[in-house]
Design a protein around this ligand. Structure first.
Ligand code: AFP
Length: 322
C-alpha cells in the first residue's frame, strides 16, 4: 500500500502544493484524534457564540477552525485563508502561492451523537502580486481549484483528494499516522437507485424538485419504473462519500423556508471542492441552472443549490429543471 506523498509526486504535484496538503492533513489528524476522544476530552456540545451565518458554533467547530487556521498561517504556505467559522478572510504570507478555503467541521450537529463529520478544503492559486488581505483573491470559479478534498471522521478516517488527475481515496493508518492509498481512482457509477435529500423541506422546494422527488417516490409504479432508496446523514461530507463509494444523487436544493436564505450549502468551501471531487470521479455537480464549477463567486460565504452524483441520475433530475 502506498503513502500519500509518493502518490501525489507521481501525479505531478509540486513540492509546495504537497507541503500545503500535508500541512492541512496534519491538522486533520489532530481533529480526527479530538473527534475520536468525544466526551473524554470535553469537546462535545455548543459554545455560546454564533458564526457570521447565524449558526450556533459547536466546541469542535471552534477547535477545528483554530487548529487549521494556526497550522496554515504558521506554515507560510498560504497567502490567505477563508473559513466557514471566520467572518472575513485572514491574511497569511504575502509571498505564498496558494489560498485555502475550508469548512473545518462539516456536519458538526453530528458530533454530539457520535455520527459522521468531516473537514472540507479547496486550494486555489492566489493571483500574482495580489494583496493577501483582499478577499477578492477568493473570487475565482471552482474550475480554477488546483486541489480539493475532504477528511471524513467516521469509523475510520478517510481522505478523498484530487489535484485534477482523478479522485483518490486514502485511509489514515492510525498506527503510524500516515494516509495510505486505498482506492486508486474513485469512479461513481453512472446509474443509481439511491438519493439523498432532507425531505422535511419538501413543501418549500420549487416545483421542479417536488416533481422529481415525487417521481422517485412513486417507484416502479411511477414514470421512473424502478424503486429508489433514500439516505440522509445531515453531513454533506458523509453523503458525498457514499456517492463516491457506490453512487447516488445528493441534493440540497433551493427552498423558500427562509426568504433571506434560499440556499443552504456554501460555494467556496462546500460545493466547489465537492464538485471537483465528484467530476474527477466521473459524476456531475450542478445547481439546476449551471455547472457548479462555472459559478463566479460574489462573496466568501455565498450559498448555492447543489445537485450532484451519478451522471445519469443527475441528468434525469436536471431534465425536470429545464
Ligand atoms: P454545518 O457545516 O453547519 O454542520 O452544516 C452541515 C450542512 O451544511 C451539510 O453538511 C448538510 O448536508 C446539511 O447541513 C444538513 O442540513 P439539514 O440540517 O437540513 O439536515
Amino acid at each position: 500500500m502506498r503513502r500519500l506523498p509518493p502518490v501525489l509526486i507521481e501525479d505531478g504535484c509540486s513540492r509546495e502544493l504537497l507541503s500545503l496538503i500535508r500541512t492541512i492533513l496534519a491538522a486533520c489528524k489532530e481533529i480526527s484524534f479530538r473527534v475520536g476522544q468525544g466526551a473524554l476530552s470535553g469537546v462535545l456540545g455548543s459554545t455560546l457564540d454564533e458564526n457570521i451565518q447565524g449558526e450556533t458554533q459547536k466546541k469542535l467547530d471552534v477547535l477545528s477552525n483554530q487548529l487549521l487556521k494556526d497550522i496554515l498561517l504558521e506554515s507560510g504556505y498560504v497567502k490567505a485563508i477563508a473559513s466557514e467559522e471566520e467572518d472575513y478572510t485572514v491574511a497569511g504570507n504575502p509571498d505564498a502561492e496558494y489560498i485555502v478555503a475550508f469548512d473545518p467541521l462539516d456536519g458538526s450537529s453530528n458530533t454530539d451523537i457520535n455520527s459522521l463529520v468531516g473537514t472540507i478544503f479547496s486550494i486555489m492559486r492566489a493571483p500574482k502580486d495580489s494583496d493577501p488581505a483582499d478577499e477578492r483573491i477568493f473570487m475565482q470559479p471552482g474550475h480554477q481549484q488546483v486541489a480539493a478534498g475532504y477528511v471524513l471522521y467516521g469509523p475510520c478516517t478517510t481522505l478523498a483528494l484530487t489535484i485534477g488527475k482523478g479522485t483518490r481515496i486514502f485511509t489514515l493508518d492510525k498506527t503510524h499516522g500516515s494516509f495510505m492509498l486505498t482506492e486508486e481512482f474513485a469512479k461513481i457509477p453512472e446509474d443509481t437507485k439511491e438519493f439523498a435529500i432532507n425531505a422535511s423541506n419538501q413543501r418549500h422546494w420549487q416545483p421542479a424538485m417536488q416533481n422529481y422527488v415525487n417521481d422517485l417516490l412513486a417507484g416502479d409504479t411511477g414514470p421512473r419504473g424502478k424503486n429508489f432508496n433514500m439516505r440522509w446523514i445531515a453531513a454533506m461530507v458523509g453523503d458525498v462519500h457514499r456517492v463516491l463509494c457506490r453512487g447516488g444523487l445528493f441534493t440540497y436544493p433551493a427552498d423558500t423556508k427562509d426568504p433571506n436564505k434560499p440556499f443552504k450549502l456554501r460555494l467556496l468551501y462546500e460545493a466547489n471542492p465537492m464538485a471537483m471531487l465528484v467530476e474527477q470521479a466521473g459524476g456531475i455537480a450542478h445547481t439546476g441552472q449551471e455547472r457548479i464549477l462555472e459559478i463566479d463567486p460574489q462573496e466568501i460565504h455565498q450559498r448555492v443549490s447543489v445537485i450532484l452524483g451519478s451522471k445519469n441520475e443527475v441528468e434525469a433530475c436536471l431534465g425536470y429543471h429545464k
